[in-house]
Write a protein that binds this ligand. Structure first.
Ligand SMILES: [Zn+2]
Length: 243
């Protein structure tokens, strides 16, 4: 990823390398591209000059002017919570620069780029401190045209193939397909009296019974209190591993 620099960092480096005039030149060009930027010219006491300032902080010497509100300036890569921080960190970007949201699955490290996206704004959110704010949401959009070709002919062909497989006792394809169905939808496809067998508690009980069958009994699970108490301490994954 290309590391972008915040304007305050760019100005500081320019000043150190080439002096104040380089900062004035940079800011003049910058304001041509970004006329709506928060940069103003104000008098700076240490510089003894009228200098470009961002939120009241001199871009040449870094000194806040009288009455400047010092808000921590985020850098690229920092956590952002507010619109102000987002504006700040993107202030050097141009109008035709692209927006892309990168999501990372923290378990697998898989990265997905959400581009393009749309924006939603929710007004009237009350914070616990009594303040009312709005919230901007960056929302996912498909990045290609939806494929709306009719899927029915394919479904029909698969049903024919499944009938053939199942008449030979082969359930492999059906088994794979069903695993893509959300859990609740699968459960709801069963008769209602069976639903209770697939709650989290009921499924754990079934797992414990299976382990009992395997280790502590030939046929019927023997509910020895000590064994039961031990199995209750195990996670579902640990129970699975015993089977
Ligand atoms: Zn200054």
């Amino acid at each position: 990823m290309k590391k972008l620099k915040h304007i305050t960092v760019i100005c500081k480096e320019l000043y150190e390398a080439e002096g104040a005039s380089a900062v004035y030149d940079f800011v003049r060009n910058y304001l041509k591209r970004q006329p709506n930027s928060d940069i103003d010219y104000k008098d700076c006491t240490p510089c003894e000059a009228n200098t470009p300032q961002l939120n009241g902080v001199c871009l040449i010497c870094g000194t806040p002017s009288d009455g400047a509100i010092l808000i921590p300036v985020p850098s690229i890569g920092d956590k952002l919570d507010t619109m102000g921080q987002l504006r700040d960190v993107t202030s050097h970007l141009q109008d035709n620069d692209q927006i892309c949201i990168e999501t990372i699955d923290l378990d697998t490290g898989d990265v997905q780029d959400l581009y393009p996206m749309y924006v939603d704004v929710i007004d009237g959110i009350e914070l616990t401190n009594g303040e009312t704010v709005s919230e901007i949401r960056f929302c996912q959009m498909p990045n290609s045209e939806p494929d709306d070709r009719d899927v029915q002919p394919i479904v029909d062909a698969v049903i024919e193939q499944l009938k053939d497989d199942m008449s030979k006792g082969d359930y492999t394809v059906l088994d794979e397909l069903l695993k893509f169905i959300p859990r609740q939808l699968l459960i709801n496809s069963l008769p209602e009296e069976d639903w209770q067998n697939f709650t989290a508690e009921a499924m754990r009980e079934t797992l414990i019974n299976k382990v009992f069958q395997k280790y502590y009994s030939d046929d019927e699970p023997k509910y020895d209190g000590k064994n039961r108490a031990y199995l209750d301490t195990l996670s579902n994954d640990e129970l699975e591993m015993k089977l």
